[in-house]
Ligand binder design. Structure first.
Ligand SMILES: Cc1cc2nc3c(=O)[nH]c(=O)nc-3n(C[C@H](O)[C@H](O)[C@H](O)COP(=O)(O)OP(=O)(O)OC[C@H]3O[C@@H](n4cnc5c(N)ncnc54)[C@H](O)[C@@H]3O)c2cc1C
Length: 300
């Protein structure tokens, strides 16, 4: 029986872990990976203390900090269920079952799917959701990025250094990112922007060979060897069916990171707290562990 189980080790879960360790709580961290979405950010320029740091390096710093403490960490393990049973929280994963008095859900967000034919079939065979991870695989190739927000433009700006040609497919009439990013994208000779364009189908053989798009009422085929889907993300909450969520599936918390289930706290991008940013997630993670500690102190 643990005092606390933290689900997820992105910025929120890592910070929650550091605070729990400093409070000497008997706790466990279960996570699919260490770093979460921060790994996907090519450049972090808004984390206090660092004017500029690649996401992967910031995650190395987070890991170093975490490793100062003797933390029980189950990395590479996916939580499949969190439910309250009397006064105990029961947590199931693909590998085991755990019991705890409190839990912090810090599971962040997962990429939104496009939902077209061929997307699942060619996932990891040309279709990817992470430019930072996969861009180097597409050296000197023609690729497409789907989306028109910050994540899409982030992907384009990474790809122009590697790919031969980048098509940016956006369903909206205008790009929606920082003006500096939009300007850099438009300036690049390697980039062709297709506004008001819908992807209808992805096809190929062993790997992606192209996609069917429609624009201005016409359907056409575009040959590409890689497709980067960058159309936002959804909160990762499928394993907490009983907790109260808002209309877009985010876990509802108050300013103490408490959910509607006593003893269950949530932090970071998975919650309804605005500003999905690393620094905000860290702050929320800190609060969640402190709230769990206070909850246990009051129970004793
Ligand atoms: C491309 C991109 C660029 C970005 N750039 C910036 C930037 O420059 N500056 C900035 O401040 N923010 C940026 N962000 C946003 C920032 O990365 C997030 O706000 C932040 O990572 C949220 O932290 P989190 O801990 O709440 O969630 P996440 O980072 O999403 O971490 C969630 C963790 O939970 C784990 N998890 C999920 N489900 C389960 C499960 N069922 N079982 C076990 N573990 C699970 C995941 O493996 C992960 O470790 C960017 C995001 C993206 C996608």
């Amino acid at each position: 029986m643990y005092d606390l189980i933290i689900v997820g080790a992105g910025p929120a879960g890592i910070t929650a872990s550091i605070y729990a360790a400093r409070k000497r709580m008997n706790f466990l961290v279960i996570t699919k990976d260490l770093g979460g979405q921060t790994i996907l950010s090519a450049k972090v320029e808004n984390y206090t203390g660092y004017q500029f740091i690649p996401g992967t390096e910031l995650v190395d710093k987070f890991r170093e900090h975490l490793e100062q403490f003797k933390i029980e960490l189950k990395e590479g393990e996916r939580v499949t269920l969190v439910k309250k049973d009397k006064d105990i929280l029961k947590i199931e994963t693909e590998k085991g079952k755990y019991e705890t008095k409190t839990a912090v859900v810090a599971s962040g967000r997962i990429p939104r799917k496009l939902g077209v034919e061929g997307e699942d079939e060619f996932k990891n065979r040309g279709v990817t959701y992470c430019a930072t991870c996969d861009a180097p695989l597409f050296a000197d190739m023609e690729v497409a990025v789907i989306g028109g927000g910050k994540a899409a433009l982030d992907a384009v700006l990474q790809l122009i250094k590697i790919a031969r040609k980048v098509y940016l497919m956006d369903i909206a009439p205008q790009l929606r990112a920082d003006p500096i990013m939009v300007e850099k994208t438009k300036k690049s000779e390697k980039v062709t922007i297709y506004n008001n364009t819908k992807v209808d189908k992805i096809y190929g053989d062993k790997f992606v060979r192209g996609m069917r798009i429609s624009r201005q009422g016409k359907s056409e085929d575009l040959a590409v060897g890689g497709i980067f889907i960058e159309i936002g993300s959804l909160p990762a909450t499928d394993f907490v069916p009983e907790v109260a969520k808002n209309e877009i599936g985010e876990i509802i918390v108050n300013c103490r990171c408490e959910t509607n289930i006593p003893g269950l706290f949530a932090a970071g991008d998975v919650t309804n707290v605005p500003a999905k940013q690393i620094i905000v997630a860290c702050g929320e993670g800190a609060k969640a562990s402190l709230s769990a500690f206070e909850y246990l102190s009051k129970k004793k």
